[in-house]
Ligand binder design. Sequence first.
Ligand SMILES: [Zn+2]
Length: 326
Amino acid sequence: MPYPVDLLPDPLPPLNSPEYVELSRKIARHTGAAAKAPRTFSEVLRRRAENRYRSMISRIFRELDLAIRQAPTAEAVQQAISAFLVSPRFDSMCRQAASQMVTMLAVGQKASWREAAAASSQGRRIYKALQQELRSTSIGPAIQSAVTENANLIKTVPRTLAKKFTALAEKRRFEGVRPEDITKEIKASAPRLTNTEARRIARTESAKASTALIKARSESLGLDFYTWLSVGDERVRSSHRKMNGILCRWSDSPNPEALFPGEDSHNSGGCYDPGCIYNCRCRARPVLDPEDIDFPVKVHVSGSIESIPSLKAFRQRFGLPEEKGD
Ligand SMILES: [Zn+2]
């Protein structure tokens, strides 16, 4: 049972403060398994980033809707969109929304990495390495590129809207609809279209950015394996439900639709990591140490799923060094 988001304090207590630890314990008790606490907690943080992102994008688009509403004709609507597109205010709002979302994710992720380290058998050793890593800025480039990518993506919306309106106006003119009625229809459809876009971008892109940050940090720590985790509700794609719990590697991303052909296989997105396809809420939990894996385990290896019975077999299969003393 997921922890009710409304019960969480806002803002969350500072990381590793007594209140923070107590909250983690409370979530663990609520979900019935302490091991699930890190997962639940970081999912909550990601959703919080998504919601904030959606409301910031919606605010940008409300200004666009307003400019459209004030335009007297269909041509004026197009001009209003063009003017909005090149305004410095639009540019800075896009960057602001994107950077706030990515920052929230980056902060939230420090929490889940610490929790992952605490839950690991190698916790103390990894925690020391992590402390150093979290202080350094080695994932700075990943943060920057996620911000730029997202700001650019928001910027594509007005242009797409303009194209849609051009097509709609042409169609209606052809059908003999009066110009003033065409303008009315265009104005009425704008808020609905922008709302849908805000929701889609916030959901898809926050999951994607979240994975990009986890991947960047995993790479900087030399961690290649992660566990694919799906949210586990009925909205999850059937192929992603089957991916739940499967071990994957960043260096060998799976193709879920090809691995588990079903009703969604026509929608193949090729090879990708959790969260990196539209409307996907799955996430990657990095494997900090092979000792933390529950055997037998299913592992994705270049296009097929292998079952590996033991830690020894796992080390042999992937050429990992034997256990070394600390
Ligand atoms: Zn998914």
